[in-house]
Ligand binder design. Structure first.
Ligand code: FEO
Length: 169
């Protein structure tokens, strides 16, 4: 059985994963409007993945006798100055999610809830991968700079799955 405190902390993570899904959905929309088809498709997929991250925790809470709650969600940013600006925000967001996952792991250890600790190990690995991917894409974009043909190729590569670096959960 989940403690009340962990139930609350996990519901907070549900909210963050849900918000992540919306943040990336808005990014997909921005990219689509700007004509970046590959980046848009990449962000649509990423948005779906975040919904899956949310659902995994949501169901876990109920499986452990807790109460999963559908959270109220805040407004998300719909405008970006550039592709670099957008991916800078992706990395910033993922670093924030990683730190929240770390806090959750810490709470599990303090409470000796090893089942939840075990469930969260998937998220620890996933966050490392998400941060790595965001950093790799941002590094590429910094190399490309203002070169329009470079951005065109970057967009095309993402459309053919070039940014994923393998299938993730
Ligand atoms: Fe589920 Fe990218 O955090």
């Amino acid at each position: 059985m989940l403690s009340k405190a962990l139930n609350k902390a996990l519901n907070k993570q549900v909210q963050l994963e849900f918000e992540s899904s919306n943040v990336y959905l808005a990014m997909a929309s921005w990219a689509e409007q700007e004509g970046y088809e590959g980046i848009a498709n990449f962000m649509y997929l990423h948005s779906d993945e975040e919904r899956m991250h949310m659902l995994k925790i949501f169901k876990y809470i109920n499986e452990r006798g807790g109460e999963a709650e559908v959270p109220a969600l805040g407004k998300v940013e719909h405008k970006y100055k550039s592709v670099v600006d957008m991916f800078t925000n992706v990395l910033k967001h993922e670093v924030h999610v990683s730190s929240e996952i770390n806090n959750l792991v810490d709470s599990c250890l303090k409470e000796k809830d090893y089942a939840t600790h075990n469930m969260l190990q998937w998220y620890v690995a996933e966050q490392m991968e998400e941060e790595r991917l965001a950093r790799t894409l941002l590094d590429k974009l910094k190399l490309i700079g203002n070169d329009k043909s470079g951005i065109y190729m970057f967009d095309r590569d993402l459309n053919s799955g070039g940014g994923e670096g393998g299938e993730k959960g």
